[in-house]
Design a protein around this ligand. Structure first.
Ligand code: BF8
Length: 503
């Protein structure tokens, strides 16, 4: 396959239209009598599962996928640090009234590492012929949301802060223009930032001043927030990073790494280096990183990249660079100022704009809406959508606060908790909203379920399973209100979001 054909293929992939039945979660693939397309209440699957059950099971499996990714991330950090978490971890972190509620509902894991069993039991419950009560299945999804929050995001963030330091408010650079022609460019991409952090430390050494380390996706957002390392791209632009022809090594850890990178790297001189045992890619160099060898591997990567520079041919560099303010966290957030503004009614509340940048969603109009909303609300942001704010010059540290990667949404939760404690209210009584306009991954959905359990309204902007004309959307909007005082809702029209915020 020639270079041109390969690149054309990559650009054309989006023309594949999503299956509308699968998108709404009405396709049941959980046994071999199917797949069954259960598109209305008039039909059921071969086993008799109706539409509500099929959609609920699919939602649960989606949340389980997301929770397993965040929990897997935190588990690797625990192993890397040879550390343990407390048996009372959730009790120590959660607001006491919430812990009491979750306990009453029986949705808090209690035994050490029980959360792994809970993820596996969610798959068990949703396999053919087990749990046939869609409400019960959705409660399991709420439980996995809590697991995602504490044993995934909280633990990963806390352990990374412990090992690599807390973020500090910092000016940094963002967009493809951070790739430099006169340097050896090494991109670090993924979510588990151990090798990225080791490379940051190595690249500070004088002898490595020829190296330009740049970040991609959440690993990139994390090292931007902690060290001001330039962030070249989010998920959508990861292929464009390689297409510059100026990347000597693309070092990936895990999650949100397009399998297409291997093909693309073959079209250029870029060495694709995988570093995690769970994220292997054919036609890449595998250098597994562990507690003992991280520095050796980082040195090796620098050597490989330097040697590879000789093979670089023509480059197609972008000049687009934005200055951004990053590094906000629960430790340095301007609480008093925000609370004062709230009391004076100059700020109505806080919107956390989180998650991915689904190429099927038209983002500009969403960004315009958040821009307008920022007159009345403080905007916290993480993950790939934060990059979009940065690209448009909005990450100013005044109305828009960049909190880092997706697991750093634990910082969002902590900021919500601290503000509500300071004003003496419960989280659900505050004007806090989580908005995820363009979700892609299971992780984004799991985060939504965490915040709903936390008592925060969660908005999604892409019509997936939650959009179905089933009782599920009723559950997510109305029944969540009874127990959690929150709702999960869908609104795909950016201009309608204002009305919803007022409702
Ligand atoms: O965890 S925002 S596409 S990069 S999943 Fe992935 Fe979505 Fe980007 Fe980070 Ni989060």
């Amino acid at each position: 396959m020639t270079k041109r054909v390969k690149i054309k293929l990559l650009k054309e992939r989006l023309a594949l239209q999503p299956c509308p039945i699968g998108l709404e979660g009405k396709c049941c693939k959980n046994c071999l009598m199917g797949p069954c397309r259960v598109c209305s209440y008039k039909v059921s699957g071969v086993c008799g599962a109706d539409m509500d059950l099929v959609v609920a099971r699919n939602i649960l499996r989606f949340v389980a996928g997301g929770a397993s990714a965040h929990v897997g991330h935190a588990f690797r950090m625990l192993n890397f640090l040879n550390s343990k978490y407390s048996d009372n971890y959730i009790k120590q972190k959660a607001p006491p009234y919430l812990y009491k509620l979750w306990n009453k509902l029986g949705i808090v894991p209690k035994i050490h590492f029980e959360h792994f069993k809970d993820i596996s039991e969610a798959l068990h419950a949703s396999t053919m012929g087990v749990d046939a009560d869609y409400v019960d299945i959705l409660k399991l999804a709420m439980k996995l949301g809590i697991i995602d929050g504490y044993y995934g995001m909280y633990l990963a963030t806390e352990l990374e802060d412990k090992k690599f330091g807390k973020p500090r408010i910092i000016r940094g650079k963002l967009n493809l223009g951070v790739i430099k022609k006169d340097k050896v460019n090494i991109a670090v991409h993924g979510h588990y930032p151990v090798i990225a952090e080791t490379l940051v430390a190595e690249c500070k050494k004088k002898e490595n001043s020829d190296i330009n380390l740049i970040g991609v996706c959440c690993t990139g957002a994390s090292i931007l927030a902690k060290h001001g390392i330039p962030l070249a791209a989010n998920f959508l632009l990861q292929e464009d990073v390689i297409s510059t022809g100026a990347i000597e090594a693309m070092v990936v850890d895990m999650q949100c790494i397009m399998p297409s990178l291997a093909d693309l790297c073959e079209c250029y001189h870029t060495k694709l280096i995988t570093t995690n045992e769970l994220c292997r890619i054919s036609n890449s160099t595998y250098l597994p990183v562990d507690r003992k060898n991280a520095y050796q591997i980082a040195k090796k990567i620098i050597k490989i990249a330097r040697e590879n520079l000789k093979k670089r041919k023509s480059v197609n560099l972008s000049s687009e660079v934005r200055e951004v303010v990053s590094g906000f966290s629960e430790h340095n957030f301007p609480y008093d100022w925000v609370i004062r503004m709230m009391r004076k009614k100059e700020v109505k509340g806080i919107i956390a704009v989180i998650g991915c940048v689904n190429p099927r969603v038209e983002l500009d109009s969403w960004i315009d809406v958040y821009k307008k909303l920022s007159k009345d609300y403080i905007i916290l942001t993480t993950g790939c959508i934060a990059f979009e704010f940065g690209k448009r010059g909005l990450l100013d540290g005044k109305r828009f606060f960049h909190l880092g990667s997706c697991v750093n949404n634990s910082r969002t939760a902590e900021i919500f908790k601290i503000i509500s404690e300071k004003v003496g209210k419960q989280i659900n009584a505050m004007e806090f909203i989580v908005s995820c306009p363009a979700p892609i991954t299971e992780k984004a959905v799991a985060i939504g379920f965490f915040f709903a359990a936390y008592g925060v309204d969660v908005h999604f902007g892409y019509p997936f399973m939650l959009a179905s004309d089933t009782k599920i959307s009723h559950f997510l909007i109305h029944l969540l209100r009874d127990d959690f005082k929150s709702r999960i809702y869908l609104e795909t029209n950016p201009s309608k979001i204002f009305k919803i915020l007022e409702s």
